[in-house]
Design a protein. Structure first.
Length: 274
């Protein structure tokens, strides 16, 4: 039997072609051992958390990018303040529930990040709705209107801060668990309010296609990652049901965006032909 020369083995390992193949083989064996679905689930979960840090930014920009106050007011009038507020409360409950259950941040992080952006949206909608009313019915100067509108924001700011402190520091675990169950119909209601608003005005132009699309994709990914980590999450049917309902209602919003955009496009094309 031929003796194995250790120096020959070392030389072989330092060969670029051999080392690349060896690394690929080891990586492939690791993937097989863990499971492709599990690795994909972990990667997607991290991608969702990363993407959620900016998912509402296009909607925020849609409000702020307009030059005139009238256009900003028109955009916020198309948004359901009640729906955004419910979605914000939903995010607070979801984050508190996962923290109390010791779940990793990667399994719920997007709720916290989206919640922060929803705070901005709530305040923007409130602010520009007040500005719109003051501009239409007041003799105040622009500077005075801005001051008056900002003063009115102390109420929603106080409610948001109070809710956050209560849920994370004061509320007992059974109450948070109950709210996590109740948040499913609340979450559905939040999006149904926006769906109803879109149907009433026969338009979804006030919504950001990017935000709606990202929310739909993100909630679908969450359904997949929750199924993959079901045992790790102690067979948490509440989380799975919540993510499934979130996907269905987000998909309905996405369908509205697509439907109303095509209607307006067809109408514009018809008017040009005439």
């Amino acid at each position: 039997m031929a003796k194995i020369n250790i120096f020959d083995v070392i030389k072989l390992l330092f060969n670029p072609d051999v080392s690349k193949k060896l690394i690929l083989q080891i990586a492939f064996q690791q993937i097989k051992a863990v499971g492709v679905a599990k690795i994909l689930s972990a990667a997607l979960a991290r991608a969702v958390v990363a993407g959620s840090s900016v998912v509402k930014v296009p909607q925020i920009r849609k409000i702020l990018k307009n030059d005139s106050l009238d256009k900003k007011v028109a955009v916020v009038k198309g948004l359901s303040l009640e729906g955004i507020s419910l979605e914000l409360f939903d995010a607070l409950v979801h984050a508190s529930y996962n923290i109390q259950n010791g779940n990793a941040f990667v399994t719920y992080g997007e709720s916290s990040l989206i919640g922060v952006q929803n705070v901005v949206l709530v305040l923007l909608v409130q602010y520009f709705r007040i500005r719109g009313k003051l501009a239409a019915a007041s003799s105040l100067s622009e500077h005075e209107q801005i001051q008056a509108a900002l003063m009115e924001l102390y109420k929603p700011v106080g409610i948001i801060l109070g809710s956050a402190v209560f849920l994370t520091k004061v509320a007992p675990s059974p109450l948070v668990s109950l709210l996590q169950i109740l948040k499913i119909p609340m979450s559905v209601s939040a999006r149904l309010l926006q769906i109803k608003q879109n149907h009433t005005i026969k338009s979804a132009s006030h919504l950001s296609d990017i935000t709606v699309g990202a929310n739909t994709l993100g909630s679908l990914i969450r359904v997949f990652t929750t199924v993959q980590d079901f045992r790790t999450l102690n067979n948490d049917y509440v989380l799975l049901t919540g993510y499934t309902c979130s996907f269905l209602t987000n998909a309905a919003l996405a369908a509205q965006c697509y439907y109303y955009k095509n209607i307006h496009k067809d109408k514009t094309d018809k008017d040009k032909q005439e």
